[in-house]
Design a protein around this ligand. Structure first.
Ligand code: NAP
Length: 312
């Protein structure tokens, strides 16, 4: 059993910034890094919009710097995943890999993860052509033709990254207008390896068995305006259709919106339970930037410190 002042669940920019500030406030924060230590930036390549890095920085490198900076001020980081949380009384109890930990304050920074189309064939071909992470799997599609679904920033960034490996990248979008920022749209349109299929949805991933292995060979697409379907040949499918907050652990405990994003009080990181704070993408369906996550991580640590001072 271990007791500390603050436990932080999650280790993306929100969690590690909260750890930095809580460390500097002598709160001895303990960070549970979870299943994806460093969070979503560890599966991106160049981060060009995090202030302080004029030439950009690699996502994994940025997270390593943040972790070291937090540790320098006394934050303890554990490569463990939290299984349950008891918020019914203080100290709050956190169970990670069978062990119990207690803290007077909790900061929830569990982030969000990629959404899937939820069609049966997608599941069948996961790892055999279907992926939601271009930087993890793009390498396997050298000189091949891949499709990316979505019309937001994620889809366009994935598509742009994939052109480093693939010979051709087709973006399939369910409308005829993208919601991605103008800079990314223009970059994608200028890229001669990228082309677009508009007003279309993926109905099915199709493939064959080759030498005892499954291999994706294409997609069944449906044009949502004409209702016509066709089979589109490609070697890979990358999802870039948004994210789902990681809040399963807190269902029935913390207030959340209909999608599952945690609700916080206005201009604060306070949740509906006193002493429990939320920061980063887990409580932000709107901005979802590394810098906004870091900003709310800082706010959560300051809110936690004020709360703990009042308890004394
Ligand atoms: P998003 O903005 O919600 O875009 C999701 C895209 O996928 C939309 O174009 C949507 O279509 C489409 N889509 C959603 N569900 C679908 C489905 N079931 N089938 C087919 N298409 C589907 O998500 P995001 O691109 O992940 O971005 C989320 C937030 O993170 C945004 O605020 C974005 O600015 C930010 N972000 C920023 C950066 C950056 O600054 N470099 C990088 C990545 C993300 P509709 O357009 O028709 O709804």
């Amino acid at each position: 059993m271990k007791k500390t002042k603050v436990i932080i669940i999650g280790s993306g920019p929100a969690g590690l910034t909260a750890a930095l500030y809580a460390g500097r406030a002598n709160l001895s924060p303990l960070v549970f890094e979870g299943q994806q230590p460093g969070g979503q930036l560890t599966i991106t390549t160049d981060v060009e919009n995090y202030p302080g890095f004029a030439e950009g920085v690699k996502g994994p490198e940025l997270m390593e710097i943040m972790r070291k900076q937090a540790q320098r001020f006394g934050a303890e980081t554990a490569f463990k995943t939290v299984e349950s949380v008891d918020m019914s009384k203080r100290p709050f109890k956190v169970v990670a890999e069978g062990e119990e930990y207690f803290a007077e304050a909790l900061i929830i920074a569990t982030g969000a993860c990629a959404k899937w189309l939820n069609i049966p064939s997608e599941e069948e071909y996961k790892g055999f052509g279907v992926s939601a992470c271009a930087t993890c799997d793009g390498f396997f599609f050298r000189n091949q033709h891949v499709a990316v679904v979505g019309g937001g920033d994620t889809a366009l960034e994935e598509a742009s990254y994939l052109t480093n490996h693939a010979s051709k990248v087709t973006i399939i979008h369910r409308r005829d207008q993208m919601r991605a920022c103008k800079a990314l749209q223009e970059r994608a349109i200028r890229n001669s390896k990228i082309n677009f299929i508009w007003d279309s949805i993926v109905e099915e991933v199709v493939g064959v068995q080759e030498n005892g292995h499954k291999k994706m060979t294409g997609l069944k697409l449906k044009n949502v305006k004409t209702g016509l379907t066709n089979e589109f040949k490609c070697d890979g499918l990358f999802l870039g259709i948004g994210h789902q907050p990681n809040t399963m652990l807190f269902k029935g405990l913390l207030d959340m919106d209909s999608v599952g994003y945690l609700k916080t009080k206005s201009h604060s990181t306070e949740t509906n339970i006193q002493g429990v704070f939320a920061a980063g993408d887990v409580a932000d369906s709107k901005y979802r930037q590394a810098i906004t996550a870091a900003g709310t991580g800082c706010m959560a640590a300051i809110d936690a410190e004020k709360y703990l001072t009042q308890l004394e």
